[in-house]
Design a protein around this ligand. Sequence first.
Ligand SMILES: Nc1ncnc2c1ncn2[C@@H]1O[C@H](COP(=O)(O)OP(=O)(O)OP(=O)(O)O)[C@@H](O)[C@H]1O
Length: 605
Amino acid sequence: MGQDTDLFDFVGLMSKRKNTFPRIVGRFVSGRPLDGIPRSNSTFLRPGTRPVNQPHRDRPSRWMALPGWQRAAWRIAGASQVVGQPYGWLTAPDLMLAVDAGAAAGGALYGANKAMEKVQTYQHDRQWLRPLHAVLTPVLGLTEDVRPRDYLRVPHDFQTNQDMRISVRLPVAFEGDKATKERVLDAIRTKLALQDIDVAWRLSGPRPTLIIAQAPRPPQTARWAESLELIIQAPESAPIIGLGQRGRIIAVDLDSESPHILLSMSSGGGKSVTARTIAAQILARGGQVVICDFKKVSHRWARGLPGVIYARSMEQIHDAIIMVADEGMRRFDMIEEDRDDEVAQLPRVLLIMEEMNATMSKLNRYWSKIKGKDDPKQSPAVEAFGDVLFMGRQARTHVLAIGQLMTARAMGGPEIRECFATRVLARYSMNAWRMLVPEVWPAPKASKKPGRVQLVQAGEAYETQVLFGTEAEIREFVLSARSQAVSTSQGITHQRERVDTVPETRIRVPAQAPPPGPPQLRLVHGEKRDPIPVDPNAPIGLRQAAFSGLVTLSDTPEKTLYILRAERNRDPEFPQPVAEGKGQEKLYLPSELIRWSRNRPIATG
Ligand SMILES: Nc1ncnc2c1ncn2[C@@H]1O[C@H](COP(=O)(O)OP(=O)(O)OP(=O)(O)O)[C@@H](O)[C@H]1O
């Protein structure tokens, strides 16, 4: 009925209009409809927002929504083309050719540009605006005819632009109770993959609006030396990974949050730097770090450091993993005997698995080569690795698994991957993100900045700038911290020369940190033997080291002595002499010689 009345009014209105030629010309140049009947509420300067005299429409057409001056401009330009083109071609065809060619090229360029913008806008709307609109519609009580762009402003570069502003025009009747505000913010955070945001509710006046800004991002760099105080004050169980938004400390508590950490980063993404940041803090507090690295050189910073075992060949890696699992089992036996307090004093053990996927396959292949007829089919090292993962917190044994893309199959099954409650990703593809942290979606944009990672824990992603220490800084930190722990707790007076290069006052090992004492982990190959058959603190010469069997680098003691002497001159990591014997023979600490020989790259020997 109402519609019939509107239609009647419209017909009546049409019949009232006088369409004389001067009037039509006047309407033409002023941008009004030629029949004189307005179709929208647009004026000469303002665009139209609703239809007028068009009962069948709920919004004006694009043409009718334009302000009058734009319609006039289009008409005059079109008319001058219609009149000017034939006249121009008749009087100056060469000039017209040039003008039209230029105009066509300009038009094509403009069209291509517009098309590109359209594609970007379409993608932006599909990925961000429409999903957000779908969640906000019921929360804000919006009607169905409200479109996302009517009230949402989300800049295209909102993920990367530090100064971006998102605005949400709220309904005039928005009451703004706490629960609704929280739901609106949750929807925005989730649907736009934002983490920490600054929020301003402007509810007064006729146009209530919510403004969202990006909270200060993590710092551009997080230098080790500048964060030393933070590192020292961090709890023993929670090594600092880096700094997050608003400069917050991002750490992982190995005892309460996540006993194991997974690093998934493509090449150059900062795997080694992140690993040494974590490992150095464990070493400094008396812990043990076992590095399984068949590439042999991923963690050169760790060569020869006390507390480090560097397994390079598959044989060593196989043994190292089993050794860590055995140590974990030993600790569980202690716990079973109610010796929890003693276990709590034992060094924390960190097993670093470099190139996890490839290492697992290699371990399987290695085992199938060496296993006997009656041996089990599955590699004991792969099985031991699973055991270490399931031991975790109570046994103070932790895994840092590193890889470029951690597929569940290559890791030994999805349940193995589930053991990593903390996952650190950098330079990831959407595919990698979906596979490793599907619970956090949509994925934040991956940063190209060195050391900028997303640390994901309990369904939350934390953008983090990883602490960056040079190899030398990290070594000095570890040596200095451990030498203090040793000298105060065990009375061993020998210290390496470089220990003094970090000011002593800056490094304090927390009182609760266990000193690097027994039980020391050791790699055992083949037949078991005592790795230190002589007094570890009584200096000996290289000849005695070779002939006593303390160090075995070849099949005969003579060849071992020859290698030792050659390496002394060649390898910067070779232990420093601590005393002189008869005939000015240089004497070395047996424990240092053993550690050097264990950590010595196989390739150089
Ligand atoms: N937290 C950081 N802060 C500043 N720069 C960093 C950081 N992490 C890594 N970088 C830079 O990136 C480079 C590569 O880092 P890193 O060697 O750790 O990567 P990677 O993933 O181990 O590389 P590859 O896969 O080649 O072994 C470093 O030499 C350093 O210049």
